[in-house]
Design a protein around this ligand. Structure first.
Ligand SMILES: Cc1cc2nc3c(=O)[nH]c(=O)nc-3n(C[C@H](O)[C@H](O)[C@H](O)COP(=O)(O)O)c2cc1C
Length: 153
């Protein structure tokens, strides 16, 4: 299976660590939204799309990269993120990205992977941030288990 992980990780590399853990399981290449070629996306059977959550949204460059794709028959996709706070059950952040991927022709996994990441945004920096040490080794293991489940589903 030809797998790819596209990740935008702009703050502490939290989401990049999750991406690399998943990539190990999937034997996937990890690329940023700016460096991935359309041809690579077209050729992949499974693509993970992830970023940190910034101002209650996935990274704009990740969202734009998906929006630039044409709609056609495509492989499978899944979505993942790290954030300071958990997403609400309504999945406000991830739903828009899932819908955008589905609109480009991907078959998107029902489940999304999300975990906490060190957050030093604004005044949180004064106390050294919250979620210190996150993503944890447990989070990395959970990310790998998630990737395995998606691959086998
Ligand atoms: C500019 C900025 C905005 C953020 N906005 C949110 C937010 O709206 N909700 C949230 O839960 N976390 C927010 N965070 C925390 C990040 O989502 C968290 O630190 C994440 O793990 C960063 O991932 P990264 O290291 O891969 O960039 C924000 C962080 C930054 C730097």
């Amino acid at each position: 299976m030809n797998s790819l992980i596209v990740v935008a990780s702009k703050s502490h590399g939290n989401t990049r660590r999750i991406a690399e853990a998943m990539a190990e399981t999937l034997d996937a290449r990890v690329v940023t939204p700016d460096e991935v070629y359309d041809a690579e996306i077209d050729a992949a059977d499974l693509i993970g799309w992830g970023s940190g959550i910034y101002w209650m949204s996935f990274a704009p460059e990740l969202r734009r990269r998906v929006q630039r794709l044409d709609a056609r028959g495509r492989g499978r996709a899944f979505v993942f993120s790290t954030s300071g706070l958990p997403e609400t059950p309504l999945r406000r952040y991830s739903r828009a990205l899932v819908e955008s991927l589905a609109g480009r022709g991907f078959t998107v996994a029902d489940d999304v992977f999300a975990c906490r990441g060190l957050d030093t945004m604004g005044p949180l920096a004064l106390i050294g941030g919250v979620n210190k040490g996150a993503p944890t080794t447990n989070d990395l293991a959970a990310a790998q288990a998630f990737a395995r489940r998606v691959r086998e589903s």
